[in-house]
Design a protein around this ligand. Structure first.
Ligand code: AMP
Length: 632
């Protein structure tokens, strides 16, 4: 048996041969002429000249071979419904939706923004776009009007697909008023809005703009819409993610590279087999939802379980009941969800037959050891931590256990694992840019050019921003920065030590503190604000806002509630800080730069480190007193 290290080396040293072999996993209409074009670093083009289609690979080829096998299993504990779509039925629904889009003039390269709850129509919409070469941009349903408006302006969609409402814990969450407000706020006006009316929240359609999905579905039922064969490097989708500035970045992905990367990971990393069921508890609004609710499992010919509901409703055994009922073999979730379940009766984990389950994959935030151990013991299957980002599209660090002829790397608690095949991962010294040669040194986790297939091509509409943001942060080197701190132990396991930028991670959700700050400072009572992420037992991190008021006398619990409501209304509850603290000044350097890391350290009760540049020490003293930290 080969060692994994050898296999990994081979994937880098014989890059083109390695990926040419993987490319055979998908159907190509025209085979690629070149595996990887690296002539214009840091850009990379994969499978140049090949034409293919994501929807064909996810749906059509399986519908032809195994039409009656389950493809999409939708379970909603919110509205009490379950529907199983076979590959043949999914094929039909997707074609119907594709016909609707085409009838509205949507074609290759047009953007379609999808703002939807976890309902099958959201997956149909994504696949329909992929089918006709339209570029989808899914915006997480938890975002509110201002977040949505900035994404509408950036993506400039021809059409938006949405629904009347989602539901959370039995409470209807209307989408339509937020969408209407977002369109009012946005400078770009979509021509059409395709509305799925679930009958949850009555709304008045906007005449001449809003279309009724049910009516159009009836009209286009049975439509046959051939797939559009796309050159591998055409754009499949954009997905917005937060960074250092307040303006979200549209992570842009290709077609062929993404399909190959997902197909490979479904086998080597997840060990998923056609005919089995994959269950990811994420949301289609996040990258995990794109890669491992919609595209990955379907490309692998698996049924994918799409769940609308809470993990604890009707009780904390709901996920396990689904594992039993649908014989889930591979499951994917986030550490926060496990921490939520951990608060409930452990007997709930023994109530169902979980013998089909082979592994649980956890990602999105650090997996703490107690949580990892608890769920490993409870389930009795391997718990596989995996680290990646919206930008990479598939795991960058993990332990791949399903590579034929390669000895599996054992898991190690606290570390997601080792670099995956195709990723030339380097830990670099932040100051010098030099590789860290000794074990257990903290550095910036970077990837050398070219990024493997499936990773972002660029930032939508802004190549310059792509280069400036991702490839220019390490001195003297053009390498991709993950903006995460990492450390490698003696055995080569990488540990993630948090972000190097102002991004925070709340319950596995990536949020930009700048975006939250911009929102809070737009409130008329606020003069200045700093938002930092602080450690939280349940959610990993929560956001805390420190606010300087225009009129300090206004500070009150009522104003705090008002500011939180302001964030809910503009960005969405997902971005709401845990607290808003009123202070008289923020910790800054003499030149006026906000000392966020010091603020964060003090808020977490840690030593803030070197404070020689701090202008006025009372700023941090205030925070200490406020939060009741005695020593920091
Ligand atoms: P997102 O783009 O929303 O997937 O967030 C990506 C970020 O989440 C990474 O850059 C990390 O900071 C964090 N992250 C994701 N997975 C892990 C993991 N397994 N362990 C530690 N941090 C993680």
């Amino acid at each position: 048996m080969k060692t994994y290290a050898d296999f990994h080396r081979h994937s880098l040293n014989d890059r083109d041969a390695f990926w040419a072999e993987q490319a055979k996993r998908i159907d190509w209409h025209t085979p690629p002429q070149q595996v990887c074009d690296t002539s214009r670093p840091p850009f990379a083009r994969w499978f140049v000249g090949g034409t293919t289609n994501l929807c064909h690979n996810a749906v059509d080829r399986h519908a032809a071979a195994r039409p009656d096998d389950a493809a999409l299993i939708w379970v909603s504990t919110e509205v009490g419904r379950e529907i199983v779509y076979s590959f043949a039925q999914l094929h039909e629904e997707v074609q119907t939706m594709a016909a609707m889009l085409q009838a509205q003039g949507v074609g290759e390269g047009d953007r379609v923004l999808i703002y939807m709850p976890m309902i099958p129509e959201a997956a149909f919409a994504m696949l329909a776009c992929a089918r006709i070469g339209a570029i989808h941009s899914v915006v997480f349903g938890g975002f509110a009007s201002v977040s949505l408006a900035s994404r509408i302006d950036d993506a400039a969609p021809k059409l938006i697909v949405s629904a009347d409402a989602g539901s959370r814990g039995g409470k209807v969450v209307p989408y339509k008023p937020l969408l209407d407000e977002a369109i009012t706020l946005a400078a770009h006006k979509p021509e059409r809005v395709l509305m799925v009316d679930r009958g949850l929240a009555p709304f008045t359609p906007v005449a001449g703009r809003d279309l009724d999905y049910a009516a159009l579905r009836a009209q286009h039922a049975g439509a046959q819409v051939p797939v559009v064969w796309l050159e591998s490097n055409r754009i499949s989708y954009t997905l917005y993610t937060s960074g250092t500035t307040g303006k979200p970045k549209g992570v842009q992905r290709d077609v062929g590279g993404y399909a190959v990367a997902l197909a490979t990971s479904m086998d080597y990393v997840f060990g998923g087999k056609a005919g089995e069921t994959y269950f990811s508890t994420s949301d289609i609004g996040w990258v995990v939802g794109h890669s491992y609710i919609v595209y990955g499992p379907l490309i692998a010919g698996m049924a994918t379980l799409m769940y609308e509901g809470l993990p604890i409703n009707p009780d904390a055994a709901i996920w396990w009941s689904l594992v039993e009922k649908y014989k889930v073999t591979v499951m994917f979730s986030a550490p926060t969800a496990v921490r939520v379940l951990k608060k409930h009766d452990p007997a709930l984990l023994k109530r169902h037959d979980l013998s089909s389950l082979r592994a649980l994959f956890l990602a999105g935030e650090p997996l703490d050891e107690p949580t990892g151990r608890w769920i490993a013991e409870a389930l009795g299957v391997p718990i596989i931590d995996n680290y990646w980002q919206t930008e990479t599209g598939w795991p960058l660090l993990t332990v791949a256990h399903h590579i034929p002829g390669v000895a599996p790397v054992p898991t190690r608690f606290g570390s997601p694992g080792v670099p995956m095949y195709g990723y030339d991962v380097q830990l670099l010294d932040e100051q010098t840019g030099e590789p860290l040669t000794e074990a257990n040194q903290k550095g910036v986790l970077t990837i050398a050019h070219p990024l493997p297939p499936g990773c972002l091509q660029t930032v939508w509409g802004d190549d310059e921003r792509f280069v400036r943001t991702y490839w220019s942060s390490v001195p003297g080197k053009q390498v991709y920065s993950t903006f995460d701190w990492g450390l490698r132990d003696e055995d080569g396991y990488t540990f993630i030590l948090g972000r190097t930028d102002d991004v925070i991670n709340v319950a596995g959700h990536r949020l930009g503190t700048r975006e939250i700050e911009e929102c809070i400072s737009s409130h008329s009572a606020i003069a200045e604000v700093a938002v930092v992420g602080v450690a939280d037992q349940l959610k990993g991190q929560v956001a805390l806002a420190f606010v300087v008021l225009r009129d300090p006398a206004q500070a009150s619990p009522a104003l705090e509630a008002e500011v939180l409501k302001h964030v809910d209304g503009q960005l969405g509850a997902v971005a709401r800080p845990a607290r808003v603290h009123f202070v008289s000044l923020l910790p800054k350097t003499r030149s006026g730069k906000l000392l966020r890391r010091a603020l964060q350290a003090v808020a977490e009760g840690r030593d803030p480190g070197d404070l020689t540049t701090l202008d006025d020490p009372t700023a941090l003293a205030q925070v200490k007193t406020l939060l009741g930290h005695r020593s920091a």
